[in-house]
Design a protein around this ligand. Structure first.
Ligand code: NAP
Length: 275
């Protein structure tokens, strides 16, 4: 049988771990397929879409900054993609309809929310950041019954934009959010602050409740300065690697109808690549 081609599109892509992860699974399950990075400009998306329609490419992941703009090229968005208006997985179904799905929501739930004890105070979450990943985080929290959601973002208008889609979220001003930290059982960093070669949080975020959980969506470095500080205070922390792995697991399942195992060899492979 002819080798199938899968890909990730975005820009930049040089640091994407998805090709390594999916190639590992294709080899493990002896599937004749390859998964490659396709770094493109926005005006080139239509060319990739054409290749999927012609079955030259069997499926794609979409990353920054195209998770929303891809939608205009698709026939239909379904499930979590419809709720978040954010698409990270595309395929042609048996009726040749080009479908957009979102597996980030599942990634967040499987990586973190299914593992956290839902204590009383945990029912109050703060999301720091209102960029492309924020709608998926909000929707994952909703699906996990974490009812009280607040959001803060440097650019206030982006938080307002999110509130139009999710009217029940509470907005906290960027200048003020530090003083509300003790009120939250779950704090999620959805900004690039703390990422390798990126800006860091200007002010230390302190006063975490002792039972609070901190999730950093960043996986490079595996341990951000914030995670480092919080570990010393015995606050429960998670990094972004599991979210990446579990969104990939669901994409792989959608395309191949095999639920690939998240084994130690894969985790070590990805961690070594980050080091
Ligand atoms: P994005 O759309 O570019 O949004 C970036 C966010 O970071 C915005 O909220 C932005 O605020 C904020 N930000 C950037 N520089 C800042 C600064 N100097 N001060 C304050 N805020 C700053 O990116 P995204 O796709 O939402 O990704 C956000 C984070 O999620 C990244 O760290 C990314 O690695 C992570 N992520 C992880 C996974 C995973 O699988 N683990 C998947 C997707 C994303 P403004 O709106 O004010 O610019």
């Amino acid at each position: 049988m002819k080798e199938k081609i899968f890909a990730i599109i975005g820009k930049p892509l040089s640091h994407s771990l998805s090709p390594l992860m999916h190639s590992y699974w294709y080899k493990k399950y002896s599937i004749n397929a390859k998964y490659e990075p396709i770094e493109i400009e926005q005006n080139e998306i239509k060319d990739v879409i054409e290749k999927i329609r012609k079955k030259e490419i069997s499926g794609i992941n979409i990353t920054l900054p195209y998770k929303q703009v891809i939608i205009q090229h698709l026939d239909k968005i379904i499930n979590d993609a419809e709720e978040t208006h954010s698409v990270n997985t595309v395929y042609l179904d048996k009726n040749e309809t080009l479908i957009g799905e979102n597996t980030d929501v599942y990634g967040i739930q499987a990586a973190y929310l299914n593992k956290i004890n839902l204590q009383k105070k945990m029912n109050s979450a703060l999301i720091i950041g209102a960029g492309g990943v924020a709608p998926s985080i909000i929707y994952a929290l909703i699906k996990s019954n974490l009812g009280k959601i607040s959001i803060t973002n440097r650019t206030f208008e982006k938080a307002i934009f999110l509130k139009k889609k999710f009217p029940f979220i509470n907005i906290i001003k960027w200048e003020d959010f530090n003083k509300f930290i003790p009120d939250f059982g779950l704090i999620i960093n959805a900004t690039s602050l703390g990422m390798k070669n990126s800006d860091q949080f200007e002010n230390k975020i302190e006063n975490f409740d002792e039972n609070a959980t901190y999730i950093d969506t960043i996986y490079n470095p595996l341990e951000t300065q914030m995670i480092n500080d919080l570990k010393q205070k015995n606050i429960k922390t998670f990094n972004g690697l599991d979210m990446l792995i579990y969104q990939g697991q669901k994409s792989f399942y959608i395309w191949n109808k095999i639920n690939p195992e998240v084994d130690d060899e894969l985790v070590n492979l990805l961690q070594d690549k980050i080091k």
